[in-house]
Design a binder for this molecule. Structure first.
Ligand SMILES: Nc1ncnc2c1ncn2[C@@H]1O[C@H](COP(=O)(O)OP(=O)(O)OP(=O)(O)O)[C@@H](O)[C@H]1O
Ligand SMILES: [Mg+2]
Length: 239
């Protein structure tokens, strides 16, 4: 069985008639980095939000590490899933400093270890000197790095990242991308990230291509580059 195992996820937003996810089977292996790519509006963020527990699918099943999170009877809420998430718009708490933003997710930890971990993750994203700043005093890319540090801090086991590199300049993108891979691999974290950018596939072990709420192709980056299933996949890969 897959570490993250979802079957036939069907989702529609309330007050909308659009089928945002149509029978999506999404799987990911433990310790791997899985990339979800697809055009704007294809349902990538929605799928992540369902995995996190922020949206409830009308149909389908989800289990992580053999623990059922969603089925016909069960729905485990976001706070009981132990999943870290970096949102597309970062969603830092505006009234909290960088330090407090990161400490927030470690409230069950001893103060001393939480502070140590805060410095560790800020160092990881090269943001240590910004520890006392507030989100509005940071650039978009800096906020993104703080959001990444905040998600990694409690060592969640599964981490979901929505367009984690989109606001970084090209130089920083390459650096953070490779660092993220090292961080995830050394911590044994299972990661799922959403991207528009085929360059991000460099750090992925597996790729899931989404179009209009349907999975079009899955495989290793090499698989899909060598055997793109159709024109849409070629278009997404820029080949
Ligand atoms: N809160 C909402 N209420 C109604 N419809 C929504 C809501 N959020 C998203 N949608 C719609 O659901 C579809 C999928 O949106 P989603 O945000 O998952 O796409 P995406 O693949 O993440 O796109 P992008 O690459 O632009 O971030 C879109 O058609 C969008 O308009
Ligand atoms: Mg999105």
């Amino acid at each position: 069985m897959n570490y993250i195992d979802s079957k036939s996820l069907y989702f529609r937003y309330r007050n909308s008639t659009e089928d945002v996810l149509k029978n999506v089977d999404f799987n990911a292996n433990k310790g791997e980095i899985t990339a979800i790519i697809g055009e704007s509006g294809s349902g990538k963020s929605t799928l992540l939000r369902i995995l996190a527990g922020l949206e409830v699918p009308q149909k389908g099943e989800l289990a992580i590490n053999d623990r059922v999170l969603i089925d016909e009877e069960i729905f485990i809420p976001v706070e009981k899933r132990g999943i870290g998430m970096v949102f597309q718009d970062y969603a830092l708490f505006p009234h909290l400093s960088v330090e407090k933003n990161i400490l927030f997710g470690m409230n069950k930890m001893k103060k001393e270890s939480a502070s140590k971990r805060t410095c560790e993750v800020l160092d990881l994203v090269s943001m240590k000197e910004f520890i006392k700043r507030y989100p509005h005093e940071l650039s978009g890319g800096q906020q993104q790095r703080v959001a990444l540090a905040r998600a990694l801090a409690p060592k969640p086991g599964v981490i979901l990242l929505d367009e984690p590199f989109s606001n970084l300049d090209a130089n920083l993108q390459g650096k953070i991308r490779n660092e993220l891979k090292t961080i995830l691999k050394t911590s044994g974290e299972t990661a799922i990230f959403v991207s528009h950018d085929k360059d991000d596939l460099e750090i992925a072990d597996r790729v899931v291509i989404l179009n209009k709420g349907e999975v079009i192709q899955t495989g290793t980056p090499a698989d899909i580059f060598e055997n793109p299933k159709n024109e849409y996949v070629r278009h997404i890969l820029g080949i």
